[in-house]
Each structure stands twice: as structure tokens, then as C-alpha cells.
Design a protein around this ligand. Sequence first.
Ligand SMILES: Cc1ncc(COP(=O)(O)O)c(C=O)c1O
Length: 386
Amino acid sequence: MKDLSAYKNAFSVIETPFYFYDTELLQRTVDEVSRASAKYGIDVHYAVKANVEERLLQIISAAGIGADAVSGNEVSRAVECGFPKNKVVFAGVGKTDKEIRQSLGIEAFNVESLQELEVIDSIAGAEGVMADVSLRINPGVDAHTHKFITTGLEANKFGLVPEEFQAAADLLGRLKNVRFTGLHFHVGSQITDIQEVFSQECARANEIAGFFESQGLKMEHIDLGGGLGVDYLTPDQNPVPDFELWFRTLSENMPRREGVRLFAEPGRSLVAQCGSLITKVLYIKKRTSKTFAVVDAGMNNLVRPALYGAYHRIDNICSQAPAEVYDIVGPVCESSDVWGTDRPLASCGRGDLLAIRSAGAYGSVMSSSYNLRDKAPAYFSDDFNI
Ligand SMILES: Cc1ncc(COP(=O)(O)O)c(C=O)c1O
């Protein structure tokens, strides 16, 4: 992984804003997730929603990792980029009939309602195939994270809640075109209380697995979802997240059942740190109380700060000058189009390039053309001779 300032000349001839992906760092991250998951006997499925760039998906699939999709198009993209269809799982509260039909043959539909289970059974029956299904459970575990990325509470729309378990077990006993393969949990994202949150998740998952076993339903896997947080404050100190601690916590807290594999679905933790959004300073606006640096990347390119108040570290890759304090703002006509307030940044002027760091996850995938602005294209470190 090279310091981004090494690319400053190469970047200066590229139209901004653009995403830059350090493929060497992604490879290191993939190697570490593979090492740690093998050590603790956990099968990894990459949550494709975090980033769908073909080049990144190819690096991840080449490591033998599976995919976790949340739309029919994500299932197709994963397969096109090298993930075997029988290693793709598919979650989502609103799967359409078309998405279900085109996804038959995947490793598991993570079913989110009783009605969806019946619909999958009827579509599989009409196509003359069996569909492998796993039940997505809403475990009632608080992820202690932002409310927009908490998913495992009864107030959230995801999964089946306890009062539906008996009916789900009965239905699985009756339906002829679905095969029950396991349970699926996911409590939220950007989780930093790793031991506390994931041990609670495992305790609930264990209890719930016990219920389904008591109904005579045999599981082949228990999927504990994603959620491992990354270091947005100091990405250079922690470029590779602590997969060892996460998998150890899952492994130590989830009692093993014979023949039942454990799955994990990291999204953010695989791809966040390898991506930066590179933007150019357009104008410096000095006021008595503050100085604005107006840049050419906006909330349409990376919406996390405007949507969740998310923090991204920002570096001036063109200057080593002493720091000054700026409000760094984008060009979109919304007051929430702000990258950071009161940020110390190496003194900058028009034309300097800034790197908005840790932007590889939930960045380009959530971009829009709001204000009729261009989407930011992607560049990859292995295309530069540096
Ligand atoms: C079902 C499911 N699995 C995995 C993930 C990945 O989560 P993360 O990117 O926090 O690892 C998500 C993201 O919200 C999800 O909805």
C-alpha cells in the first residue's frame, strides 16, 4: 500500500472526482480474511452491496470467497465476476418473482417472511426445481451503531420474529419445493463493540437454532451476517480490520453443531479501506469565522456524510504545508453537502487534490446523478506505474 501522495502527478492529469482503489491493499485484506476464516472454520460470503466494481469482485472471488447478494442484479453480477452460483446467498425483504426465478440454483434464499417462503416454493415448483432456503431471523440484538444501519431489532423490517417461528417450521414441513438449509442473522453494520455485540448475537442464534432443531429441521449452516467495523478515523493505522478478533468471537460464542457450517458476510470490512474518493479544490472562501474549501466531489458521489453524518478522513495529497482549519464542502445545492467541518488540513489552494479516505464501501454503489452531476469513475492502483 503506497501513500496516496505518491500518485499526485499521475492523478493530476485525470478528471476529478474519481474513485481510486488500492488493489494491493484489497489483496492483503482478502488474504487476511481467508487466513483468519480458515483458522476458525468460518465460510466467508462477501456482501456485494458494499461495492460492485468488477475488478474488486474478481479479486475477492479468486480467493474462493462466496457472495451475499440483496438483489437479483447483485446475484447476476456476482456470478459474472467469478462467484460460483452455488456459493451465492440472497437476502432482502422484497424479492420480486423475477429475481427469485432468475436466482434459482443459488446456495440459499435468506427468506424474510412466511409469504415469501410460499412464493419461492410456488416459483420453484413451476420451474420444476427445488430451492434451498434459509430463514432470516430478526434476533432482537442491538448493534450499538447508527440507527439507519441497525437491522436486528423487532422495529426493523428485516427477518422473522419469534412469534412467527412455529408457523415457519410448520410451513417448511409442508412445502414440497423448498429445502431448508439453515438460519441467517445480521444485526447491523460498522460494529465496533465486537465482543459484546457478536457474543450476544451468537447466544440468540444458538437459542433459536435449538428451537428449529427441536422441530426436526436439520441445518447445514448458520449465517451470522456481516457488520465488522473499520477505522474511519485513522485508516493508515488500521488498514486491515481485525478479522481475527471477529472470527474468534463468533467461533468461541457459537456452540458448534455437527455438520453445521458457520457463515460470515463481511462487506464494509473487505473493501472500505482500499478506496478513496479523489477530489480537487475548486475555491477557497474565507470568512471571518471560518474558511471553506469548496471541492468538486459532492454528496451524489459519496452520500454517507450527508446521509448518516458519517466521518471520512480527508488528506491533502499535494501539500505538506502546515495545517489550517477548513470546512470542506461539495458543490451540490444542499446544505448537507459537507465533507467535514473544522478539519485541519495541510494548507490548500485551488487545484490541490484531496483524498476522502475509507470510501471503498457504500460509496460508489450509493452514488446518484443528483443535480445532473457525473458519476465518479473508478481507477485501480495496478494500472499506474508507481
Ligand atoms: C444481510 C446483510 N449481510 C451482510 C451485510 C454487510 O454488512 P457490513 O458491510 O457491515 O459487513 C449487510 C449490510 O447491511 C446485510 O444487509
